[in-house]
Design a protein around this ligand. Sequence first.
Ligand code: URA
Length: 243
Amino acid sequence: MKERLQKYMARAGIASRRHSEEIIAAGRVKVNGAVVREPGAKIEPGHDVVTVDNKTAKVEKKVYILLNKPSGYVTTLKDPQGRPVVTDLSKEIPQRVYPVGRLDYSTEGLLLLTNDGRLAYALTHPRHEIQKIYHALVKGVPSIEKINQMKKGIDLSDGTTAPARVRIIGKQMGDTLLEIGIHEGKNRQVRRMCEHIGHPVLQLKRVKIGNLTLHGLSKGRHRHLTHQEIKQLTTMALPKSKY
Ligand code: URA
């Protein structure tokens, strides 16, 4: 199906549609080797070769990976200290994917990796209120008052946390397993919330993001999201989009 050149350029990550129109008008874009300046020009993706400043503009297939991160991996593409990074676990994926948000080095669990920058941005934006659920094993047994404090909001150095869902789901040899649901992504938020109430985290695992769970995915393994999952996530994160 034919597509407007500026839309194709936007999908290829060159610039916004509007800015792409300016780039076209400036004569920087060629289609099959010939400069195209008309704003309404259409191309056939996958067939016509589009270059901008003589560099090929390619639309990469969008991929969405769900990883069960083990502890001992850094959520980045390259670690200056040479520690293992999360993308080491998805090396056979040909596209360059980026982690959505961050899990600490010693946090385990659900991490999304994608090359869809728009969805990644929307998912991490607190305005969209995508719920993330963590299981935190904390030292000792927090009182109801302390749990209520976490539910209401905790004053951290970078602001007060939004209301959270918190409940006790288990006890382990004098320590407590909490289920904590938040929709913000402040740095080390869960650890700092628990520290603040005097019950530091001993182990932390993210078990859910929106509708996605770790179900059936063992530690260190990953899988592609299903079409249905991508659709649900997109609707949640980009409710008014034309996806
Ligand atoms: N909160 C934390 O404290 N650490 C994480 O890795 C994720 C959320």
